[in-house]
Design a protein around this ligand. Structure first.
Ligand SMILES: Nc1ncnc2c1ncn2[C@@H]1O[C@H](COP(=O)(O)OP(=O)(O)OP(=O)(O)O)[C@@H](O)[C@H]1O
Length: 269
């Protein structure tokens, strides 16, 4: 490994080191547990010392500098404009030790990623379609408010009992805005694409594919490309039709409500 790369890694690990459990931030939030280091943020569960409530505190990742701050600002702004029982509310934002932090509601439960890959949960075709139909209810609200989520993935959907929650609005953009990727790159490819509903439908396609693959019996369970799933998965023609449109193998849905109608049609057969 290049010495510069090595030193950069050591430096980033040092400045991105999580704040210690027990630390009280701005006399109000006591860190209870470090949840994880994302691509641009550090996330903790805290107790709000005034209300006793558990909340989530997200800190812009110091090594990402302005990009980390900008993405967290965006998330604070977008969450502040959304009001939906399945979307965490932003409770406040604050500066602590020159770092931007966002406080949101804590969503209990488990991500679909953990359910499938750690707990071995298996979703039947019916369960996957029903789940995606409910997820589309949340996503349609986001779209109606003029936003595109842009990061629909298994780790960003939490199931708490029977309640579905959509989290991680760090990449969410207004419809028509140029897409920036997670690392803040504004290379030509990223700028030539604007945030549109089909971006989320494409994410939903992969989400659905992973749910359907949870029941696939193979040692090499991986969805690496779109090729292969049509041979490997035994699904109904309507599911195949929806997936091909979502994954843009066939002309994509121009109206997301047409997709919702297809899901309803599947469920009401
Ligand atoms: N409001 C929330 N309630 C409960 N858990 C949350 C909440 N927000 C984030 N998490 C959890 O905290 C962890 C870290 O989340 P974060 O979004 O910072 O990074 P990530 O999803 O791991 O990475 P990336 O940002 O690269 O996708 C994840 O396990 C996520 O499920």
């Amino acid at each position: 490994m290049d010495v510069i790369e090595y030193l950069k890694g050591v430096y980033e690990a040092w400045i991105d080191y999580p704040t210690k459990e027990g630390t009280v931030i701005t006399d109000k939030y006591r860190i209870q547990q470090f949840l994880g280091l994302g691509s641009y943020g550090l996330t903790y569960i805290c107790v709000d010392l005034d209300s006793g409530q558990e909340v989530v505190l997200k800190q812009a990742k110091p090594s990402k500098g302005k990009v980390g701050r900008d993405l967290l600002y965006r998330e604070i702004d977008v969450l502040g404009r959304l009001r939906h029982p399945s979307i965490q509310r932003c409770l406040s934002s604050l500066e602590y030790k020159n770092q931007l932090h966002m406080v949101t509601e804590y969503v209990k439960g488990q991500t679909i990623d953990d359910l499938i890959f750690e707990r071995g949960a298996v979703f039947s075709e019916h369960e996957a379609i029903y789940f995606v139909r409910r997820l589309m209810g949340i996503l349609s609200y986001v779209h109606e408010q003029g936003f595109v989520h842009l990061d629909i993935r298994l780790p960003n959907v939490i199931l708490d009992g029977d309640q579905i929650h959509l989290i991680d609005f760090g990449l969410a953009s207004r419809m028509g805005e140029p897409i920036r990727n997670k690392f803040g790159s504004d290379d030509e490819r990223a700028l030539s694409t604007t945030a549109e509903v089909p971006n989320d439908l494409y994410g939903i396609g992969h989400f659905m594919l992973f749910m359907l693959y949870s029941g696939y019996n193979s040692d090499t369970f991986e969805v690496e490309s779109n090729a292969g799933w049509e041979d490997e998965l035994t699904v109904s023609p309507l599911t195949k039709h929806m997936l091909r449109k979502l994954l843009q193998m066939d002309p994509p849905y121009t109206d997301p409500q047409q997709f919702v109608r297809d899901l309803d049609h599947w469920l009401n057969r």
